[in-house]
Design a protein around this ligand. Structure first.
Ligand SMILES: [Zn+2]
Length: 113
């Protein structure tokens, strides 16, 4: 079991408007799934690392991941528009909140001595 690492959670699947599939050329056939990446410590989400996406054509099942967007400007622009519709979940900062609570409890107990 990994004590720390990077995980991702789905933020939803969205239709990419005015985007043609890079393989079959299908218009409006591409859907993009957006994920929020976060760093975890002992499976507790600690802080967000941004968003990534995967585009899948509904006609030919051709998929392009986040790294592939850099080579396809049309996909990159569509992802930026879709990315704005999503928000990073507040719980992806839970580890930082727990750490701050522990630090304040320790500080409070030390000040009480
Ligand atoms: Zn296609």
């Amino acid at each position: 079991m990994m004590l720390y690492g990077i995980e991702a959670t789905s933020l939803g699947m969205y239709q990419a408007e005015q985007l043609c599939c890079s393989k079959c050329g299908g218009v409006n056939s591409v859907k993009m799934k957006v994920f929020a990446k976060y760093f975890h410590v002992s499976r507790i989400p600690s802080f967000p690392l941004g968003k990534i996406g995967v585009a899948v054509c509904q006609n030919c099942n051709h998929s392009v991941d986040n790294q592939g967007f850099s080579h396809l400007q049309q996909y990159q622009l569509a992802f930026r528009q879709i990315e704005k519709k999503t928000t990073i979940p507040y719980w992806s900062c839970a580890g930082i909140g727990l750490l701050l609570m522990l630090m304040s409890l320790v500080g409070y107990s030390l000040a009480g001595i």
